[in-house]
Design a protein around this ligand. Structure first.
Ligand SMILES: *[C@@H]1O[C@H](CO)[C@@H](O)[C@H](O)[C@H]1NC(C)=O
Ligand SMILES: *[C@@H]1O[C@H](CO)[C@@H](O)[C@H](O)[C@H]1NC(C)=O
Ligand SMILES: *[C@@H]1O[C@H](CO)[C@@H](O)[C@H](O)[C@H]1NC(C)=O
Ligand SMILES: *[C@@H]1O[C@H](CO)[C@@H](O)[C@H](O)[C@H]1NC(C)=O
Ligand SMILES: *[C@@H]1O[C@H](CO)[C@@H](O)[C@H](O)[C@H]1NC(C)=O
Ligand SMILES: [Ca+2]
Ligand SMILES: [Ca+2]
Length: 375
């Protein structure tokens, strides 16, 4: 009996393998939706990932990412935590490439036009986006708000996940002693730029603790992980100090014009160019505007920028989620706005469905997903 069923299973498995290898590529899908797996462990200097447009896709990416994250957490950061709640989902039997199975399953789902029908997805999502006002058009503001909302939920999800790990006594708060910096930040390699950063240190922690009770609740912890999106003035000031520390190559504690021009000014310029769609200019012609901006920022005219003097441009140095949400909305509208009236009708969206899934789709012939699609 046992032998018969074993043979049966082996045969079924072989048939399954044959089906897999012989299934023809769908000629109709020249675009292949492919979930992103470029998860990074909260490196603040990492570029910004595109925001997923569709919550259903977000859900699938989350499952994939949570699993990768658990795996990373257990094997790299906290081998001693194997008895934690997390290990329940990473039971030994499942360890033979669970990620890959999920990945294939999810992508087959995404690329099956009957299961994941982008037309019907857009029909469902349109009324959720066209809300201010409900007028049959999706404007830049409506799409920005939608994107921002998706992004904020995603950020909070990651923060909650981090909270679970770092909150060792499970009281819902993180104390400074509970917090372990990410492994890349405590690298002993002194040539690594992370070596003398202020991130994850006590000053950063204290700035995040808005009510000063020595503990971070989920809101404060989210701010701690994402200071650029915080409304907490202390954290923005800390971010400015951190910026000076990073840019101050001659270590005099301030930013001189040279340090400003080669680094900070480029960031400001990129930000303004994205916002105002001005064309790129050569470096030579940028020195004059850089001097003007430097002089404006240098309130006490000492020829240096202090951390306080960087405050007016900190949003440009560390763009917020809102900035990326708007950038992505602009991109989508520029691609799908057939009649060029600056807003999207449902018909325009249905005509260009893959623009909305551009964060995840890849052209069939492309080997690698382009991570910098929106940068
Ligand atoms: C994990 O649990 C096992 C028994 O279930 C125990 O022997 C072991 O000491 C625990 N490890 C840690 C690090 O708590
Ligand atoms: C996708 O959904 C639309 C609208 O709901 C429907 O008309 C179309 O037939 C569906 N396509 C597939 C392949 O199921
Ligand atoms: C952080 O705040 C605590 C008091 O809550 C204080 O003891 C500590 O010195 C502060 N650390 C820094 C680096 O400011
Ligand atoms: C966390 O504490 C801050 C004050 O620092 C408060 O404004 C916020 O509402 C608290 N968040 C939660 C979820 O309780
Ligand atoms: C941005 O500028 C380029 C040329 O500089 C132009 O072709 C394009 O239409 C502009 N886009 C918008 C949204 O104004
Ligand atoms: Ca607090
Ligand atoms: Ca339009």
């Amino acid at each position: 009996m046992g032998k018969t069923s074993a043979i049966l299973y082996v045969s079924l498995f072989l048939i399954f393998l044959m089906l897999l290898s012989h299934s023809p590529k769908k000629p109709s899908t020249h675009r292949r939706l492919k979930l992103r797996t470029n998860f990074n462990f909260n490196d603040p200097h990492h570029h910004h990932d595109p925001i997923p447009f569709d919550p259903v896709v977000t859900q699938m990416e989350r499952r994939l990412e949570d699993r990768r994250w658990e795996h990373h957490y257990i094997t790299h950061s906290h081998p001693d935590a194997a008895n934690d709640t997390l290990s329940a989902q990473a039971a030994p039997g499942h360890e033979s490439q669970p990620e890959w199975e999920d990945f294939v399953e999810a992508e087959d789902y995404l690329n099956d036009e009957e299961k994941f029908n982008v037309t019907s997805r857009l029909l469902q999502l349109f009324p959720k986006i066209d809300v201010a006002p409900v007028d049959g058009f999706v404007t830049q503001n409506e799409l920005t708000d939608w994107n921002l909302n998706q992004a904020e939920k995603e950020v909070m999800h990651r923060t909650e996940r981090e909270m679970d790990v770092h909150d060792k006594n499970h009281d819902g708060f993180i104390s400074f002693s509970e917090y372990d910096p990410p492994s890349w930040a405590v690298s002993s390699d002194s040539s690594s730029f992370a070596h003398d950063m202020g991130w994850w240190k006590e000053e950063h922690f204290n700035a995040s603790d808005a009510d000063g009770d020595g503990l971070l609740n989920i809101t404060e912890f989210n701010d701690f992980l994402h200071p650029a999106d915080s409304k907490n003035p202390e954290l923005l000031k800390w971010l400015c100090k951190e910026e000076v520390r990073e840019r101050d190559t001659d270590k005099d504690g301030k930013v001189n014009f040279k340090e400003f021009f080669h680094g900070l000014f480029d960031l400001v310029r990129n930000y303004d160019e994205e916002a105002h769609n001005t064309s790129h200019s050569s470096e030579d012609s940028m020195e004059a505007p850089a001097k003007v901006l430097f002089a404006q920022l240098d309130k006490n005219n000492d020829g240096f920028l202090s951390d306080e003097e960087l405050l007016p441009i900190i949003e440009k140095l560390h763009p917020s989620e809102h900035y990326y949400a708007k950038q992505q909305a602009d991109y989508i509208i520029s691609q799908a706005d057939g009649d060029k009236d600056g807003k999207l009708s449902l018909a325009e969206m249905l005509e260009n469905p893959y623009v909305f899934y551009s964060a995840i789709f890849t052209e069939e012939e492309e080997e690698e997903y382009d991570h910098d699609e929106f940068r």
